[in-house]
Design a protein around this ligand. Sequence first.
Ligand code: HEM
Length: 402
Amino acid sequence: MKPTSSEPIDLFSDQFHQQPYTYYKDIREQTGFAKVMLPYGIPAWMAFHYDVAEAVLKDERFIKDARTVFPDEVSDEQMLPISKSMLFVDPPDHKRLRGLIQKGFTPKRISRLKGRIDAIAMEQARRIKQKKRFDLVEEYAFPIPIIVICELLGIPDSDRDKFQYWSKLIVDLDNDGYGESSTVQEGMNDFLAYLQALIHARRQDPREDLLSDLIRAEEDGDRLTTNELYGVVMLLIVAGHETTVNLIANGMLALLMHPDQLALLKNDDQLIPQAVEELLRYNSPVEFSTDRWARESFSFMGKDIKKGDFVIVSLASANHDEALVEHPDKLDITREKSPHLSFGKGIHYCLGAPLARLEAESAIRVLLEECPDIRLGAEPAELAWRQSLIIRGLENLPVETG
Ligand code: HEM
């Protein structure tokens, strides 16, 4: 069903999740930048056109740290440690925090992990292919990135169910998103207690891993505070798997719904990097940017923005704008790489992009090799999408093989 311009569009309804790109197309015909009502009655500006989305992400007047504009309303104690991580702070802190771990994420460093990532994907694929029917989200897409990020950081992946629970609390809309509900508070306290114990143990017994590097930076004193250390580890665990899980699952769903594209890929695995790029654009795992606030009042794209206004970018809408690519609603894995916004833009551009690409390429290639006859095990319209203000991801993706 196509929305009519007289009805307000609920960006978070089940109906919207089923076919967001049809709705976004309609919205983009009406506006590129508009005020919307978020769940819990919070008003926000939202960017829908590609050029507006890109401009918001690059404009340093849209800041990440709410305390700059609401110094009396948000206290330090109310904030989750993850709010002290690079994604939620502005320069100069942002540069210092990002600089500390950037070296660990260069394309060259990451490409060295390829063999290990292939082996992890293979192990998962061989395990599930014994079954005739399985949930691609839980049983394949989820374990791969969590094992990889745990190995990178040097933490036991045997606790991955706990990470999944805590990460979901952070990104899902079931909670209030601001860390105020008791479930979120409790979960975050547990997450923090877990990290405290882990960091305490690693201090006594440092190793050659990212966590030990970060602990050394914290021990140097002026480079990383203890709260920032917790924040960055939380961010890497959450950002390192919530997103990539959905790139693998959303990507496989798109391929399974387009048998011609799937056949192309099976015939020529050289197309995999290009295909992943198109899948990132076509069904972006991160639907919305994280929150930004206007640092001052100013005119932006013909709208009067007031100091403290809340601004979000619909990355998914921008990626389906005709200004970006021709026939944006068509999946075409042979397309030339587009400057899509799935990894954001500007100073907060995704630090993990090379890792995410490598994981998705490996996961999709290995799955198609091991389960060449993989097919959907449910009607696409029956699939449930998660309620999140950040992620576009499926609750489950039943598939069949054999
Ligand atoms: C498909 C997978 C991924 C997608 C689509 C994705 C997307 C994004 C986006 C859109 C942003 C910017 C958000 C904004 O500006 O509001 C971002 C930032 C970030 N991502 Fe990713 N991400 C993915 C995987 C990863 C991985 C695997 C890691 C690390 C292990 C990671 C770490 C980060 C970090 C640290 C930032 C903050 C960068 C900064 O503030 O300077 N991401 N990501």
